[in-house]
Design a protein around this ligand. Structure first.
Ligand code: NI
Length: 402
C-alpha cells in the first residue's frame, strides 16, 4: 500500500475515536491558561499510545516527540491550541459544554483532538519516515500575551529545533471536505486601545463653564480615522474601530470624563509602531488644544501572521495530492488575529483552514458565537491531511515516500 493510501486508511480507522475525544474536550472546556484538566487528558492520551509527553510548559502546555528512523535528520512541529472562550453554549447536543459560561466556540477542541489523531497515525507508521515530529499542545490562544509567545519563551522551538511549523484552524465558511491556504500575509496584528478623556463637567446649559470631554472625544474619534485613510499604505489593510464609548452624563449633565475602547489591526510591524505613536500624539494634542487631557494607552496583542511562501506552497501541493485540486481553496486576508503568528516570526510557518461548514448539519455559524459547531466529518480529513503534510515536509526533495 502506498503511504498516502495508508494514511487515508488510518485516518478512516481512527476518526470515530477522535470524534469521541473531541466530544470529551468539547463537553469540558476550560478558559485560557486554565487548561489543567484538558492538559492532563491530552498527556494521558499521548501516554496511551506510548509517547512521553513533557508537561507544564507555560503551565499547561505540552510537547511530545514522535521519532521516525534517523530522528535527527529533520524536525518539524505541529501545533494545536487547547483553550475555550467565555461564552454560554446554545447548542443542544449530547456533548454540550458542562462548564457554565465556557464554550469551545473557536474549535480549539477540534484542533487538540485532531493533533491527537495525527499523533496516533504518525506513531503507527514511524518506521516509515525519517526525522522527528514535535507535537505542541498550546494554552491561551485566546488571551494576551498568547500561549504561543509563552511557550516560545520557555524554549519550545529548541531542543530539538523544528525547521518549520504547521497549524490548522476550523473554518465554518468553508464546506467540509475543502481546505484553504494563503501564502504570505494572512492575519492581522491586533492591539487594544484604551483612552480616558478628561475635562471638567458641569451643567449642560452652561458650556462656557465646562471643558466638555464628550466633544473632545468626538473630535478624537473622527480625527484618528485619518491614520487609516491618510497615513496607512492603501495596499496593506489597516483597521481602526472603537466599540465602547462611555460618557456617563445626562441630557443636562456634562461628565468629567469619557472612556473609550477600540482595536487597531495592521499587517506591517514598522507601520504598527508608527501608527501607535501617531495615534497617541494626535489624541493627546487634540485634547490639549481643547483644554482637556487624553490618557492614551495601547495594550499590544499578537503580531501579524505570515505564511512562509515556500513552505505554504509545498503544503498546498501536499493538500492537493491528498484531497484533490478541486478541494483546495485560496484564502482571503483575514483581519482577525491568531497567536500562531508568533511562531511565524520565528521559523517558516503555515497556518491553514480546515472546512467544517455544512448547511444540512447547521455548522455554518461563525466562530466565537454561542451556536458555533462543526461537521465532525471534518475530523477524518483534519487528522489525515495534517499527517500527510508532516510526512511530505519531512521528506527530502526528490525522495519518494512509496
Ligand atoms: Ni481560534
Amino acid at each position: 500500500m502506498s503511504t498516502i493510501a495508508k494514511v487515508k486508511s488510518l485516518a478512516r480507522e481512527y476518526a470515530p475515536g477522535i470524534v469521541e475525544i473531541r466530544r470529551h474536550i468539547h463537553a469540558n472546556p476550560e478558559l485560557s491558561y486554565k487548561e489543567f484538566e484538558t492538559a492532563k487528558y491530552v498527556a494521558d492520551q499521548l501516554r496511551q499510545i506510548g509517547l512521553e509527553p513533557k508537561e507544564g510548559i507555560a503551565e499547561t502546555g505540552i510537547i511530545a516527540l514522535i521519532e521516525g528512523r534517523n530522528p535527527g535528520k529533520k524536525v518539524i512541529a505541529l501545533r494545536g491550541d487547547m483553550d475555550a472562550l467565555p461564552i454560554q453554549e446554545a447548542n443542544d447536543v449530547s456533548y454540550k459544554s458542562q462548564n457554565s459560561g465556557v464554550m469551545h466556540a473557536c474549535g480549539h477542541d477540534v484542533h487538540t483532538a485532531s493533533l491527537l489523531g495525527v499523533a496516533r497515525i504518525l506513531n503507527e507508521i514511524k518506521d516509515e519516515f525519517e526525522g522527528t515530529v514535535k507535537l505542541i499542545f498550546q494554552p491561551g490562544e485566546e488571551k494576551n500575551p498568547g500561549g504561543a509567545s509563552l511557550m516560545i519563551k520557555e524554549g519550545v522551538l529548541e531542543n530539538p529545533s523544528p525547521a518549520s511549523i504547521f497549524g490548522q484552524h476550523v473554518m465554518p465558511f468553508i464546506p467540509t471536505g475543502k481546505v484553504g491556504f494563503r501564502e504570505g500575509m494572512y492575519m492581522a496584528s491586533a492591539d487594544e486601545i484604551y483612552m480616558t478623556i478628561k475635562g471638567k463637567g458641569g451643567h449642560a446649559a452652561l458650556p462656557e463653564k465646562v471643558i466638555d470631554p464628550v466633544l473632545i472625544t468626538s473630535h478624537i474619534i473622527i480625527a484618528l480615522q485619518q491614520i487609516v485613510s491618510r497615513n496607512a499604505n492603501p495596499k496593506l489593510p489597516t483597521v481602526l474601530s472603537f466599540g465602547k464609548v462611555i460618557a456617563n452624563g445626562a441630557t443636562n449633565v456634562i461628565p468629567d470624563e469619557v472612556k473609550v475602547e477600540g482595536t487597531f489591526r495592521a499587517l506591517d510591524e514598522a507601520w504598527r509602531a508608527d501608527a501607535h505613536a501617531k495615534m497617541k500624539k494626535m489624541a493627546e494634542s487634540i485634547a490639549e488644544g481643547m483644554g482637556g487631557i487624553c490618557e492614551f494607552e495601547i495594550s499590544k496583542g499578537y503580531p501579524f501572521l505570515t505564511n512562509d511562501p515556500k513552505t505554504t506552497g509545498a503544503t498546498r501541493l501536499a493538500a492537493e495530492e491528498y484531497l484533490g485540486v478541486e478541494n483546495v481553496m485560496d484564502l482571503d486576508l483575514w483581519m482577525g488575529a491568531e497567536d500562531f503568528a508568533y511562531y511565524s516570526h520565528e521559523i517558516p510557518a503555515c497556518f491553514y483552514r480546515l472546512g467544517t461548514g455544512n448547511e444540512a448539519k447547521d455548522t455554518c455559524h461563525g466562530v466565537h458565537t454561542p451556536n458555533f459547531n462543526i461537521d465532525e466529518d471534518a475530523l477524518e480529513i483534519g487528522i489525515g491531511l495534517m499527517s500527510w503534510i508532516a510526512l511530505e515536509e519531512l521528506r527530502s526533495p526528490g525522495e519518494s515516500l512509496e
